[in-house]
Unconditional design. Structure first.
Length: 393
């Protein structure tokens, strides 16, 4: 494996970049709105269109490119993402910006599905679990470092320059992949061909996980997209500390993901999903009940993100176990439910903020948290998996 460590490091770096593409406006939405003379809801549509591109386009792209060798498809998607990101950085036309964000969401997440399979494939099966945990850390680090750093550097570096920097990193990665990544067989004896993947829907856990994912990320998209707007609207005195808040926010995602792995191994991913849903509900109730106390509201918001990433790991684990890690199509559908839910949530939040004010977004996420709690509790109850002697796996 030692000879593949540099290649795996580039895959992890690119996972950071892809995640940054989705989260980059989270910490600077208010500043971009001022510069472009748009409402914060209008700028939030950059995140929504990114999510719609990923949700609608990725499964279709996986089917369209299913007959093309995986590494070639991956490189092609990365090239298109690079060009679209550079174009996004230099255009001022709002409808074109929205169209480019849709395209970036489609191609960058299609790249990510393909790259994830190739990156984890560098490891033997007995080490793939640890490899996946390290690989996912690229996403959490975009929140730990990337989002607060963007906020901190915005007075010195234009936000468009940030996209040019991301495009530059993509160019480096593409050149590296062209040199180091050789064509591989598209389907191995361990993979299920995509057309037969639909039989996994007969496994009750698969549709439940997909529905759970969509609902959970409707709430996540509504709150996470506008977290900076929410905190600064209620607590304008937090402006000097916003980068610190975003750093703590990012750390919550990292440790939530890490803790999720330990708990999943102890009680099973199904029970851990229920635990995560319950704690997300409790955390968002804390946010709602602390509209006049900045430190308490911030702490509850950070705690919510911890449990959101904790639960997200259970979703990934559940899909892998329900499909025996042999269906790229089902895994891409999980990603589509995540992105579609986030996009729908951000869109609902934008409308709700315009009509009812920024505090209304907490009511959206409260509804989704309660819904996923009841959904998972009912699933465990009717499948007989709430018994003390059941592993919940």
């Amino acid at each position: 494996m030692s000879k593949n460590k540099p290649l795996f490091a580039v895959y992890v770096m690119m996972y950071f970049v892809v995640t940054m593409q989705g989260f980059v406006f989270t910490g600077i939405i208010d500043q971009v709105a001022l510069e472009l003379d748009l409402s914060e809801a209008a700028v939030g549509m950059f995140s929504s269109l990114y999510g719609y591109g990923a949700a609608i386009g990725v499964p279709l792209a996986m089917l369209v490119f299913s007959r093309i060798e995986r590494s070639r498809s991956m490189k092609a998607m990365l090239l298109i993402t690079l060009l679209a990101t550079a174009a996004f950085a230099v255009t001022d036309i709002y409808p074109l910006l929205l169209a480019l964000r849709f395209l970036i969401g489609l191609t960058s997440n299609s790249y990510n599905v393909l790259a994830t399979a190739m990156a984890i494939g560098l490891f033997p099966s007995e080490k793939q679990g640890r490899a996946m945990a390290f690989y996912i850390s690229g996403a959490s680090m975009s929140l730990v470092v990337g989002t607060p750093l963007v906020r901190l550097m915005l007075p010195y570096i234009h936000w468009r320059t940030i996209f040019l920097i991301l495009a530059g990193i993509m160019l480096f990665a593409l050149l590296y992949f062209l040199k180091k990544v050789r064509p591989t067989a598209q389907v191995t004896k361990h993979q299920t061909p995509r057309p037969s993947s639909l039989h996994y829907f007969k496994h009750s856990a698969v549709p439940i996980i997909l529905i759970f994912t969509f609902i959970m990320f409707v709430g996540s998209g509504s709150f996470q997209t506008y977290i900076t707007v929410y905190m600064l609207h209620l607590f304008p005195q937090m402006e000097p500390l916003m980068s610190l808040f975003l750093f703590a926010w990012g750390l919550a995602s990292f440790f939530g993901n890490l803790t999720g792995g330990w708990i999943s191994d102890s009680i099973g991913y199904k029970r851990a999903m229920l635990l995560g849903a319950l704690m997300q509900t409790a955390s968002i109730v804390g946010v709602i009940l602390s509209p006049n106390t900045a430190w308490l509201s911030a702490l509850c918001a950070i705690t919510w993100l911890f449990w959101q990433w904790f639960t997200g790991l259970q979703i990934n684990t559940g899909i892998i176990r329900a499909t025996n890690n042999s269906s790229d199509l089902i895994f891409s559908l999980k990603g589509s439910m995540l992105q579609l839910g986030s996009a729908v949530g951000a869109t609902i939040a934008a409308t709700s903020m315009t009509l009812h004010g920024v505090r209304s977004i907490t009511r959206i996420i409260l509804v989704t948290c309660i819904t996923i709690t009841f959904l998972q509790a009912l699933f465990l109850f009717f499948s007989g998996q709430l018994k003390p002697d059941d592993t919940g796996r």
